[in-house]
Write a protein that binds this ligand. Structure first.
Ligand code: NAD
Ligand code: UDP
Length: 336
C-alpha cells in the first residue's frame, strides 16, 4: 500500500488516480488545510471504488504512528506541504514548520515502522534564477525564497538520511509548472482566494469570475516579452509519480533526483492564446509590471527522468488548456 501525505490536494488526487489505475492500493493522509473532502469523493467517483483516507497532520507524531500501525505501507509519496511563495516569505516559521519539521516527523515515523521508500515533491524553485534553460539536475541550487529553501532543505535531509542508512530508496521529483486537470473534469486545481498561478487565474477569467488577467511583465528578453515556463499536464506528472513509486518499490537503495517537465517553454501569451482556443472566447488581459522575484524564463531538461524512469510527458499545451477549461466550466467555484 502507498501512503500519500497531502493526498487530497491537487497533485495528490491526480496521482492517486494514476496509481489506482496502475493497480496500487493507496491511503490518503491530509489535514485539509488546503483541500476539501469533496475532492476525495470525486476521486472515488472517478476510480469507481472506495479509497482509504485519514485526516491528520504530518507534524503530529501520534497521527503518523497511527497510520503506519493501521496500514501496511510499502512506500510513501510525500506531497503534504504549503506552496505559496509570497506567503512563505511573510510567514517563514509556518513554512519551515509544515514543510521541514513536518517531514522530520514523517521520516521518524517511517523509520520506526521500517518503511524506507519515499518519493518527495520537490520543485524547480530549488534552482532559483537559472543561468540557462533547459535546466539539468546538475544546475546550481540557489532558491530565491523561503518556500524554495524548504524544498531544498528536505532534499538535503533525505540525502543525509540515505548516506547514514543506505537501505533507504529515495526519489526527489523536481516539478516544473503543473497545470490541467483529469479529463473527466471531476477533479482539478482549486486555489483558495485569488489564484497566484497563471493557469487557474486565466481559467477564472474565462469563466467570468475575474475581469482580466494581469500579465506580469511584457519586456522580458523572451520572444514576445512575457515570462516563459515549462507547463506540465498534471496527469503526466501523476504518471511520473507512478513511475517513481515503481522504482522505489524495486529497492534501488539510492537517491534519484529528476526534473519532471516537458522540456519545452511557453510564454504567458502562448498560454493565453491556447486557452482562448480551448474555451472559444477571448481572455481579456493587460500588460502589468513585472512580479518581484520572477525569472524571465525557466524550463527543464527532462531527459534523466526519461532514462531512469522510462517516463516522458505526452500531453500538449492545448491538452492542458482543454482539461483546465473542462474542470473550470463544470466547477466554476471549484469543490465548494
Ligand atoms: P496542494 O496544496 O493542493 O496539496 C497539498 C496538500 O497537503 C493539501 O491537501 C493540504 O491540505 C495538505 N497539507 C498541507 N500541510 C499538511 C500537514 N501539515 N499535514 C497534512 N496535510 C497537509 O498542493 P499541490 O499543488 O498538490 O502540491 C503538492 C506538493 O507538490 C507540495 O509539496 C508542493 O510544494 C509541491 N509542488 C507543487 C507545485 C505546484 O505548482 N502545484 C510545484 C512544485 C512542487
Ligand atoms: N503570471 C502572470 N499573471 C498572473 C500569474 C502569473 O503574468 O496572474 C506569469 C508569471 O509572471 C510567470 C508565469 O505567468 O511568468 C507563470 O507564473 P506562475 O505563478 O503560474 O508560476 P511560477 O512563477 O511559479 O513559475
Amino acid at each position: 500500500m502507498i501512503l500519500l501525505t497531502g493526498g487530497a490536494g491537487y497533485i495528490g488526487l491526480h496521482s492517486a488516480v494514476a496509481l489506482i489505475e496502475a493497480g496500487h492500493e493507496v491511503v490518503l493522509f491530509d489535514n485539509f488545510s488546503n483541500s476539501k473532502p469533496e475532492g476525495v469523493r470525486r476521486l472515488v467517483k472517478i476510480v469507481g471504488r472506495e479509497v482509504a483516507c485519514v485526516e491528520g497532520d504530518v507534524r503530529s507524531a501520534s497521527d503518523m504512528a497511527a497510520v503506519f500501525a493501521r496500514y501496511s505501507i510499502d512506500a510513501v509519496i510525500h506531497f503534504a506541504g504549503l506552496k505559496a511563495v509570497g506567503e512563505s516569505v511573510e510567514q517563514p516559521l509556518r513554512y519551515y514548520d509544515n514543510n521541514v519539521a513536518g517531514t522530520l516527523v514523517l521520516l521518524a515515523a517511517m523509520q520506526q515502522a521500517g518503511v524506507r521508500r519515499i518519493v518527495f515533491s520537490s520543485s524547480a524553485t530549488v534552482y532559483g534564477a537559472p543561468d540557462f534553460s533547459p535546466i539539468p539536475e546538475s544546475a546550481a541550487l540557489r532558491p530565491a525564497n523561503t518556500y524554495g529553501r524548504t524544498k531544498l532543505m528536505v532534499e538535503e535531509i533525505l540525502r543525509d538520511l540515505h548516506a547514514s542508512a543506505p537501505d533507504w530508496s529515495v526519489a526527489l521529483l523536481r516539478y516544473f509548472n503543473p497545470v490541467g486537470a483529469h479529463s473527466s473534469g471531476q477533479i482539478g486545481e482549486d486555489p483558495s482566494g485569488i489564484p497566484n498561478n497563471l493557469m487557474p487565474f486565466v481559467a477564472q477569467v474565462a469563466v467570468g469570475r475575474r475581469a482580466e488577467l494581469n500579465v506580469f511583465g511584457g519586456d522580458y528578453p523572451t520572444p514576445d516579452g512575457t515570462g516563459v515556463r515549462d507547463y506540465i499536464h498534471v496527469m503526466d506528472l501523476a504518471d511520473g509519480h507512478r513511475a517513481a513509486v515503481d522504482r522505489v518499490l524495486g529497492d534501488p537503495r539510492d537517491v534519484l533526483t529528476v526534473n519532471l517537465g516537458t522540456g519545452v517553454g511557453y510564454s504567458v501569451l502562448d498560454l493565453v492564446r491556447a486557452f482562448e482556443r480551448a474555451c472559444c472566447r477571448p481572455i481579456p488581459y493587460r500588460i502589468a509590471l513585472r512580479r518581484p522575484g520572477d525569472v524571465p524564463a525557466s524550463w527543464g531538461d527532462p531527459s534523466l527522468a526519461g532514462q531512469q524512469l522510462q517516463w516522458t510527458a505526452r500531453r500538449s499545451l492545448d491538452d492542458m488548456c482543454r482539461d483546465s477549461w473542462n474542470w473550470q466550466k463544470q466547477n466554476p467555484d471549484g469543490f465548494a
